[in-house]
Design a protein around this ligand. Structure first.
Ligand SMILES: [Zn+2]
Length: 312
């Protein structure tokens, strides 16, 4: 103890300092932005003045450089009605310590992993672009990315954020999430469960033709409820993404060809077969004009007209 006439303070004060966020703590558990507040938390039970000193006002100043410094306690008050002023210095020892928030953020701690995986047709570019979109949504909630076979594992501090972010990405990509939970050991005596949110890229794309109820349908939009249009009768409707997953892909967006409408009659629409240039008759589920151009897609040996492009 350093004894001054009006102020008794300890010789040393030990504080923890997190170099990642610059926060301070007296006990390593509660962290404060202001080093003076942390110093006060560590000192308040160890500062003494004689009972005769009244109207006490204490101020604390902290000077620190490279783990060592000085905490100055400044006392103002009255002694027998006379204003008094006293200052006492305390040697500060600052210990480097990563605070809980930073240790969580730096990836030592995680509650959930969002897994991005491709399907059999995914290109590395598609998987990478899904990762970029996920990271943009997650911001600093994603703490670590691991390159794995077939995709990426993204670590999240919070389960809720991982689920929200994963679902939002899945909606955007026209797929859905598969969420599982597992026992993750214990930490500080608390049981941890860890969540895994799998986002598998859908093999379906807008413009794919799929077999649906035995007939070719074009996917006009994806998302949680993809919109399909029947190429035999032009009727459209929303379906459940989960139900679509098992559908067979009959043609890809790049497969349709442009051709010419030769004539229209009761039997159907006559177009030029894009492969042979012979006139063939196809169903007329969409409005077409003789002499106009249309897009058609071959499904197995048969050609089907496609709805007019919405972009014109
Ligand atoms: Zn920190």
């Amino acid at each position: 103890m350093n004894s001054h006439s009006l102020l008794t303070v300890p010789e040393y004060l030990d504080l923890f300092h997190c170099s990642k966020c610059d926060n301070w703590s007296a006990n390593g558990k509660s962290w404060l932005e202001d080093s003076r507040e942390a110093a006060w938390a560590g000192l308040r039970h160890d500062i003494f003045s004689p009972d005769e000193v009244e109207n006490i006002a204490l101020e604390i100043d902290v000077q620190v450089e490279d783990r060592a410094g000085t905490v100055t306690v400044i006392l103002d008050g009255t002694y027998d009605g006379i204003p008094v002023h006293e200052e006492a210095g305390i040697k500060l020892r600052a210990h480097s310590h990563v605070c809980q928030d930073c240790s969580r953020r730096s990836g030592y701690y995680y509650e959930a992993i969002v897994q991005i995986r491709g399907n059999r047709d995914s290109t590395p570019d598609e998987i990478e672009s899904a990762l970029e979109r996920l990271l943009a949504k997650a911001g600093k909630d994603a703490t670590r990315v691991e390159d794995t076979r077939g995709g990426y594992d993204v670590y999240f501090v919070s389960k809720d954020t991982a689920k929200q972010t994963g679902r939002s990405l899945a909606d955007e990509l026209g797929t859905r999430t598969v969420e599982t939970s597992s026992h993750g050991g214990s930490k500080d005596g608390k049981e941890l469960t860890r969540s895994t949110v799998l986002v598998r890229l859908s093999p379906f794309k807008t413009g794919c033709v799929v077999e649906w109820h035995g007939r070719p349908h074009i996917i006009q939009s994806l998302g949680r409820s993809p919109y399909l249009m029947d190429l035999t009768n032009g009727q459209g409707g929303s379906v459940n993404m989960k139900d679509l997953e098992t559908a067979r892909i009959l043609a890809r967006p790049e497969d349709p060809r442009e051709t010419v409408v030769v004539a229209i009659d009761d039997a159907g629409t006559m177009i030029l077969d894009p492969d042979t240039n012979k006139t063939i008759t196809v169903l007329t589920p969409f409005e077409v004009e003789a002499g106009g151009t249309v897009r058609a897609v071959r499904v197995e040996e048969r050609w089907f007209l496609l709805p007019p492009d919405r972009t014109g």
